[in-house]
Design a protein around this ligand. Structure first.
Ligand SMILES: NC(=O)c1ccc[n+]([C@@H]2O[C@H](COP(=O)([O-])OP(=O)(O)OC[C@H]3O[C@@H](n4cnc5c(N)ncnc54)[C@H](OP(=O)(O)O)[C@@H]3O)[C@@H](O)[C@H]2O)c1
Length: 236
C-alpha cells in the first residue's frame, strides 16, 4: 500500500474477509481511502481479490479478535501507522438462533460472548494507540443489542452479546470522557450475509454506502453514539 499522505484518509478494518466487512472495505476504496483489512488465517478471501484490484489502496493483515496475542502482534506490526478510523466489524451468531438462554450450551454461550462482546473491546484496547487523536473508533453492534428495543424477544444469546458489547463501550467512553475521539456503535439493519441469512430484507449493496457515510460523518462529533445506518440514534 502506498505511504499515507495527508490527503488520503485511512481505516483499519477488523474482520473484512466477507459479508459487511468486505463490502465496507470496497466502499472505502471507492471513496479513495486507504484500507488495512484483517482476515483470519492464511486462506485466500474476497479481500485478497480487492487488494489485487487495488494494490495501492488495500493491505491485508491477520488477527483473530479472540486471541490477545494476535491483537498485540497486529499492533506491533502497524506501530508506524496512524489511522483516521479503527472499525471492528468482526462478529458471530450461534447456529441455533431459536435456543433460549435456558437451552443454549455453555460452549456456544462462551463462544458468542467472547467473540461479540469481549473480542471487540480487547481489539480497541490493543489498537487504540494506532488511531489519530481526533480519529474515530467504531464497532459493529446491532439493533438487537438495544435493551429498550427488545419487545419481541428471540435471538436471546446474540441479543445479549451485543447488549453486553454496548455496555462495555459505554464504560470505555466514560473512561475516555473529554477526549477528541469519536466513538460509534453501529446498528446496520438486517442484511443478507452468511450471518444475516437469505430472509433478511436488505442487500449489502443497498446498505453499505449508508453505513460508510454514517461512519465518516460521525468523525466530526467526539463522544459515543449508537446509530443506525441512517444516522438515527438507537434507543439504548
Ligand atoms: N448481517 C446482518 O443482518 C447484521 C445485522 C446486525 C449486525 N451485524 C453485525 O455485523 C458484523 C458482520 O456481520 P456479517 O453479517 O457480515 O457476518 P458474516 O458474513 O458472518 O461475516 C463475519 C465476519 O467476521 C469475521 N470474524 C468472525 N469471528 C472472528 C474472530 N474471532 N476474529 C476475527 N474475525 C472474525 C469473519 O471472518 P472469517 O471469514 O474468518 O470467519 C467475517 O469476516 C457482525 O458483527 C454482526 O454481528 C450483522
Amino acid at each position: 500500500m502506498r505511504k499515507s499522505i495527508a490527503s488520503t484518509p485511512s481505516i483499519l478494518l477488523i474482520g473484512a474477509s466477507r459479508g459487511l466487512g468486505y463490502a465496507m472495505a470496497g466502499e472505502f476504496v471507492k471513496r479513495r481511502w486507504n484500507v488495512v483489512g484483517t482476515v483470519r488465517g492464511k486462506t485466500r478471501t474476497r479481500l485478497h481479490e480487492l487488494a489485487d484490484r487495488h494494490p495501492d489502496q488495500v493491505a491485508i493483515e491477520s488477527a483473530d479478535i479472540t486471541d490477545p496475542d494476535q491483537l498485540a502482534a497486529l499492533r506491533d506490526r502497524l506501530v508506524n501507522h496512524r489511522f483516521d478510523v479503527l472499525f471492528v466489524n468482526a462478529g458471530t451468531a450461534n447456529p441455533h438462533q431459536d435456543d433460549t438462554i435456558a437451552t443454549v450450551s455453555t460452549q456456544e454461550f462462551v463462544h458468542v460472548m467472547v467473540t461479540n462482546a469481549l473480542g471487540p473491546m480487547r481489539a480497541i484496547e490493543a489498537l487504540e494507540s494506532l488511531v489519530a487523536e481526533d480519529g474515530l473508533i467504531g464497532i459493529m453492534s446491532s439493533g438487537q443489542g438495544s435493551v429498550a428495543g427488545n419487545e419481541k424477544g428471540g435471538h436471546e444469546l446474540y441479543r445479549g452479546s451485543k447488549a453486553a458489547l454496548n455496555m462495555f463501550m459505554r464504560s470505555y467512553a466514560a473512561r475516555h470522557a473529554g477526549e477528541r475521539r469519536s466513538l460509534l456503535l453501529m446498528a446496520p439493519g438486517w442484511i443478507r450475509t452468511d450471518l444475516g441469512g437469505p430472509e433478511a430484507p436488505y442487500s449489502v449493496e443497498e446498505t453499505i454506502p449508508d453505513i460508510v457515510s454514517v461512519v465518516i460523518g460521525k468523525r466530526d462529533r467526539p463522544g459515543l453514539e449508537y446509530l443506525d445506518r441512517m444516522g438515527k440514534t438507537v434507543p439504548w
